[in-house]
Structures are given as C-alpha cells and as structure tokens.
Design a protein around this ligand. Sequence first.
Ligand code: KG4
Ligand code: ZN
Length: 332
Amino acid sequence: MNILAIESSCDETSAAVLSNGKIYSNVVATQLIHTQYGGVVPELASRAHQQHILPVVDKALNDAKVTKKDLHAIAFTKGPGLLGALLVGTSFAKSMALGLGLPLIEVNHMQAHVLAHFIQEPKPEFPFLCLTVSGGHTQIVKVNSPLDMEIIGQTRDDAVGEAFDKTAKLLDLPYPGGPLIDQYAKTGNPLAYGFPLPEMPGLDFSFSGIKTSFMYFLQKQVRANPNFIQENIEDICASIQYTLVNILLKKLKKAAKETGIKEIAIAGGVSANSGLRTSLLELGEKLHWKVYIPDFEYCTDNAAMIAMAAHYKFLENDFCDQTVSPMARMEF
Ligand code: KG4
Ligand code: ZN
C-alpha cells in the first residue's frame, strides 16, 4: 500500500511516500524568501508552493522508487494553516487523485505532528501525552489511539514558537528566530536575567504577557546601554529560552500528574529546541517518565508525518471526496 502525502500549510513545501506504514522518502523545500520580511508573507508562501510542488512531488516519488501508477491514495494537509498555502497542496492533491482515479485522504496538521512519533522506533504506548509546540500552536494532547486525541491544555493567546520568533525580532535576529535563540543560548547563562512566569489556571498557557515582559526588559536595558543586546546576546537568549521552556514544562508536569500518564512526547517545530529537549529528558528521569523526542527532520513541518497520519486513516477507510476544501482553523 503506497501513499503519496503533501504538506503545504505554511512555509515548507513537502512531499513524502509511505509504503505499508514505512516512510521511503520525505522531501522538504523550505521557502527562504520570507527571511528578508521578518516573518511569513502569506501571498509569497502560496506562490512559492506553486513553484516547488511539482519538483518536490517528483523527487519524493523518485527517491522512493515509486511511480504514479504504484500509488493507492493521495493525502494532503487540510489545515490548520495559511489558507492560500493550504489551497495549493489541496488543489494539487485533488487533481492528482482525480487524474489517477485514487482515493483522497485529508489530514489535520496538528494530529500529524503527534503521529510523527510513529515514523521511527521507539514508539510511545497509548495513552500518552504529547506537548505539541509550533509557530501557530501550543497544546498538551492526550493521545488515546492514533486517531483519538483530546486537547487537554492549550494557549489562550500566542503560540510558544511565535514568542520565540517575535522576541528574536526584538533582538534583530532574522526570521525564523527560534533556532537562532537556541544557538546563542548554548553559550549563555540561563539565570542571567529573571522573568516572572505567567499564572494561568489549569493546563492552559499564555505567552503574550511574557513576550511583553521581554520587550520592556530589552527597551529598559537598551536605554541605559545602547549596546546591551550585542554585548549580552548569549545571556539574553539563554534566559529567554530558559523562561519559555520552564513555562512549557511546568504545565506538562501538571498534566502528567493529573492524568497519571508517564509516557510523554514532544512534537512540532519548537520540539527541535535543544534547551527543551535536554530539560525534558532531565525532568523525565527525575519523574520516571518515558520520554519520546522525534528526530529533527520530523519536528518541523514535513510530509512524512502527514503520510503517517494518512496511513492510519487508510486503515480505517477514512477517505474524503473531491468537494473537500482547506480549513485555516481546524480542531481535531
Ligand atoms: O511546526 P513548525 O515547523 O511550523 C508550524 O506548524 O508552525 O514550527 C515552526 C516554529 C517556528 O516558530 C520556529 O521558530 C520554531 O518552530 N523552531 C524553534 C526551533 N526550531 C524551530 N524554536 C526554538 N528552537 C528551535 N531550535
Ligand atoms: Zn507544523
């Protein structure tokens, strides 16, 4: 059983081929055009997807040594994401399925981030908790089975990836700033500057207040010393990252305690953060959790995770028809 999967929800055009539950190719074209604008420009993202999608799909088929005739289904990201960007992948998948007479499988991008854990060994056991952290989302998900997931906590305002990127912008770092904060943080002191953690009830998160604290702190320091940022970039990044990671882990710890679940996973672009990965492993050891962290390639947006989600939907005969359209906002 061969599935071709397409991901186009934001600024990565990606295609992957899965055969009998195993990934045989995963091609990702990252759109570099947005760097000069300090963030993703939706219209430019749609145009770049149009340029990349054919070569990316071709390469995914070639790498997997599969031809169009060998395919059994076409999967695509239905949402959440940028509407224009999603439309490119959705239209491409629909046309290809129609032309080849194949069934179509719609995939929820956030559910796919969680299912990235089933690409490689070791796989988490059900039920497990997944902290899904990306540029647009921050969620704690209770995963009961591959397609049965419940969001038990989520951000009430900004996503943690956005907090990383917007703070990086204040530091004059190019988009996406998250990986650069991570780089500088490696040689900085995480306790150099302290910030108050937000008080949010239950398992929900909030990042808008802390983003403002970072901004006021930087403005105040720069007024006193115009070279403050350049002179202290490592310590600033380490302290910001330490604060953001602490907010995430505090809630994850609470979720594990409340549910009694000790199988703990992280997913999404921010799960590539080395501070989060290390702190989670340390916390896991202390609390006797089994911790699952995906390889870098499967943390940020990729079609392999879309293919994995499609695999489980294929097994359930969960197909959609040609009337399907993308959804910018989509819950599961
Ligand atoms: O999952 P993803 O690729 O796209 C969305 O679905 O949003 O996540 C992108 C986010 C961006 O905010 C980016 O800055 C962040 O993931 N990110 C990181 C790191 N690598 C990617 N944030 C912190 N540290 C990293 N190493
Ligand atoms: Zn994503």
